[in-house]
Design a protein around this ligand. Sequence first.
Ligand code: 1PR
Length: 530
Amino acid sequence: MSMISLIDYGAGNVRSVRNAIARLGYPLTDITRPEDILKAERLIFPGVGNFGAAMQRLHALGYLEPLKEYLSADRPFLGICIGLQCLFEGSEESPGIAGLGLIPGTIRRFDADGLAVPHMGWNGIRPRWDSPLFDGYRGEKLYFVHSYRALPEPANGSWALAGTDYGGEFLSAVQKGKVAAVQFHPEKSGEAGLRFLERFLADACPASAAACYRGPEKTRLAKRVIACLDVRTNDAGDLVVTKGDQYDVREQGQVRNLGKPVDLARRYYEEGADEITFLNITAFRDFPLRDQPMLEVLKRTSEQVFVPLTIGGGIRAFTDSDGRHYSALDVAAAYFRSGADKVSIGSDAVATVEQYLKNGGATGNSAIEQIAQVYGNQAVVISIDPRRVYVTAPDATHHHTVRTQVPGPNGEQFCWFQCTVKGGREGRDIDVIELAQACEKLGAGELLLNSIDRDGTGSGFDLELIEAVSRSVSTPVIASSGAGKVAHFSEVFEATDVEAALAAGIFHRREVPIASVKAHLSAGGIEVRD
Ligand code: 1PR
């Protein structure tokens, strides 16, 4: 069994790659000095952050030359995501910064009209030839998250291993000899991803390549089904998964206890959830880094769950009782190090946008900007907790209104959606459209759109809210709150352009299995990951 060497230049979360390799039972060592590279038996480079930052880190660490030498000697290499892009000559993401230049071509941003960017979620691949890396591959969807991509060109045709469609075809895998790289994340692609990774780790011999799966004619991004776990400490001091009705999580005075976070997350992974979100719902009160159990939950979950994990709650700057200052980036970094792939920002995003609107622009100092800068836009989710405010006419408020089919208590035909903070406890003078558009400009990669009115009611997603927000931004939107039956999922995907739908209560109470949601969507012609 070969020793696997990992290039981790400390810019982001490669914990999931480590966990996946450990799960597959392979020994792992870190590259810590330039000379380690040429001694490696099998090298994995999971690039994180952005193209320029990755290349600059490789340069600063003295890794560039040994890496070039390693690659030109046709030694076993697997690049992941930015690790694929760095093999090319350069990227539009970081003009003027040269890539490794092994593969001809420049990495370009997705640019088709009306396309949500980043390309985030589960998509198919189309292998072009019988690489042993895809031996046993049966067409399962794999997890992608990126805003830039490599384009197939005649000059790089000898490298093209697989293509994927998203506003045109891009290269989702490249390989020549023992050097390979993939744009998807095998470590986040469930069991199919682990099988792929194992082919590389086990040094699948080219001679053993069986005729591999070729289709489909066109790959399609799946709509995602996300399980959400609201987590807090109950009155007995245990960290539990809870669930509110319109954000009220107490029943007869006690915090509802629906299970243990790690156990439930594993159950949802096994049942086919495309992503898992943890929301630390009382973290606005306390400093979350003191909440070590939550970090522990994340660590243990990421050892067993190989789909993307998002964590939210308390991501903001904080000064502790000893006067020590922590930036929002410090808090996010602790979450990423513990196994999160994305962080979700709630209350702090509202405060940031209030400042943004007051100052007439960005300051560069907000949590959204700082985290997006270091970890990439795709790592920053904004969790929005809106509540309906009814008005008699659109000009009765300066906010964006919608004409509603669900009239207000006095028969009002219009409403606006007010952003709240601290888990809905405090309403602010800012509407959901203003918030969504400003967060997009500040660099958020995804919007998790809750609804206090619908939360826990089982009466269906608030389509008017979701439609209004998804129409106003190009950032992917996750519809949340109100799912009560499978038909609610098809309804939201048919009525709006959202990329994902999230539910909590119906999954926790075992009323609707995730597999039934997927089967229902698939029967209705909506693309899902099986
Ligand atoms: O403000 O950055 O500290 O983040 C706090 C986070 O905690 C926010 O994302 C906020 O949405 C969340 N939160 C705070 N209080 C509550 C609460 O319920 N009392 N939970 C809360 C929000 C809403 C959804 C829920 C869906 C689906 N939970 O995530 O899972 O509504 O539920 P359903 O399918 O049962 O209808 P910060």
